[in-house]
Design a protein around this ligand. Sequence first.
Ligand code: BTN
Length: 243
Amino acid sequence: MRIIKLNAIDSTNSYLKQLIMEEFIADDTIVVANYQTQGRGQMGTTWLSDNAKNLMFSVFKDVSFLTVEQSFYISMVTSLSIIKALEQFSIPKLSIKWPNDILSENKKVCGVLIENVIKQNQLKASIIGVGLNVNQKDFNSLPNASSLHLLTGKLFSLEEVLLAIIEYLTKYIKLLKDGNYQQIKERYESLLFRKDKPSTFKDAEGTLFSGFIKSVSNSGKLQVLLEDNIIKEFDLKEVTLLY
Ligand code: BTN
């Protein structure tokens, strides 16, 4: 494991991408920064974080043992590793808001941005970017966000939390490599936020509809049981879970 510690950077994901183009990158290279000037979130959003209060890091993982179709398993093991680490720090009521937001007490504490390296249709590696709100004290404009500090009243060592996540990620990637797909998927699904609960969604056109989250497909689509008893699959661009 090699940890590259930076003070400020545009984005740890972008930095790793740049490194990949310039030099050989060993498995488990980690880039961690105190501050990002252009932190990126899913679907082209921005990831904002107070300076030196939170964890912002990206891990380079060789995932060439997976096919492109199996790439959602990287998302699943990442979410599960973060949950395991947070359980170790006694963070209450953890769940995964599909595809990989980590919630505690229904508030988002962590976001994940996974960018895969695919060459000639083969999955080579993955850049797993994690933004975890650790010691930040207020989220003025983000009523649905929280931090480990706000949830527990404690201050945490960023290093300790980082190492715990990395340790679990290594274990889960090994489980994946050993072919424990079913076990991983079942555990992921059991932690899904609002699973089997009547929920309201918004589709890409902005139309609201109701349904029940049942599971995810192997490719990571959300499977929702609709009112007419039909299960429909949605990808990230097609649906937003409202409540
Ligand atoms: C999301 O919830 O939309 C995903 C947020 C991911 C943020 C992390 S912070 C470290 C890494 N570098 C980035 O630019 N983004 C990810």
